[in-house]
Write a protein that binds this ligand. Structure first.
Ligand SMILES: Nc1ncnc2c1ncn2[C@@H]1O[C@H](COP(=O)(O)OP(=O)(O)OP(=O)(O)O)[C@@H](O)[C@H]1O
Ligand SMILES: [Mg+2]
Length: 244
């Protein structure tokens, strides 16, 4: 299982949007992938479509009931407290390990440093999950140069070898920085790989192109198949060409 942990510079930045597009792209590449949302706050009742459902729908595998579906639309640590629960990282790690797939995406709740308990954040969860890849999602708007730098700084303080791939998701209303931020993140060395997602549905052709680029940037594309080689006995002997 190649585990990709999806973190954000904040809440509502496009983590699920990018995650769903990535799962769909992996499906097109023939890669078995599953998307998980272990902690979800503001979860409604029956019929409510949350991140967990959206990721599950784009997955090739059945997703088991998430361990922390919390009704109050608050930071996970508070939402858990209000129902008398306490989020345990070990519970999440065990639950995630039950989902076997070639690629497993785990979307965290809120931003990288959002609290899961009074003492633990999504960064602690990320460490506990030992991901093979980290995907940092940020909005393509003013402020993102700071937000990506701050998130990468925090990440590398705790996971020195992490090299997050950054996905920039276009905001509903672009500003003067939108479409320039990717170049600046690279030029200022605040990210080593950046993929931009347009403002469009996940099945839009431009989103698909971005998602394919993200598959490549994360190194998730299957290796090209070896060219078919016929067994020696059936190989054509060198002989006259068809020209004669
Ligand atoms: N590039 C985009 N194009 C179109 N819609 C987008 C894009 N990025 C985000 N959205 C929309 O913006 C809203 C917030 O995005 P999303 O739910 O992906 O954020 P999130 O980071 O997963 O939020 P949360 O912290 O609640 O998990 C959603 O309605 C989503 O469909
Ligand atoms: Mg989400």
């Amino acid at each position: 299982v190649i585990r990709v942990v999806v973190v954000g510079t904040g809440t509502d930045v496009g983590k699920t949007h990018v995650g769903v597009a990535l799962l769909e792209a992996l499906g097109r590449h023939g890669v078995d992938a599953v998307g998980l949302k272990p902690v979800e706050s503001g979860a409604g009742g029956a019929g409510w479509v949350g991140d967990g459902e959206r990721l599950a729908e784009a997955s090739l595998f059945h997703v088991k009931q998430a361990p922390y579906r919390l009704p109050h639309p608050l930071s996970p640590h508070l939402a858990a407290e209000l129902v008398g629960a306490r989020i345990r990282l070990a519970t999440i790690v065990t639950w995630a390990a039950r989902h076997i797939a070639a690629v497993q995406l785990v979307e965290t709740a809120g931003g990288l440093l959002s609290p899961l308990t009074p003492r633990r954040t999504n960064l602690d969860l990320l460490r506990a999950l030992l991901p093979a890849r980290v995907l940092l999602v940020a909005p393509d708007r003013l402020g993102v140069l700071h937000d990506v730098a701050a998130a990468s700084f925090a990440l590398r303080a705790r996971v020195p070898r992490a090299r997050p791939v950054v996905a920039l998701s276009a905001p509903q209303t672009p500003d003067s920085s939108t479409d320039r931020n990717a170049r600046e993140l690279l030029r200022l060395r605040r990210a080593h790989r950046v993929v931009c997602f347009p403002r469009a549905a996940t099945d839009d052709v431009a989103t698909r192109t971005a998602a394919d680029a993200l598959v490549a940037a994360l190194g998730l594309a299957p290796r090209p198949r070896l060219a078919f080689t016929a067994p020696a006995s059936s190989r054509r002997r060198p002989g006259p060409t068809h020209a004669g």
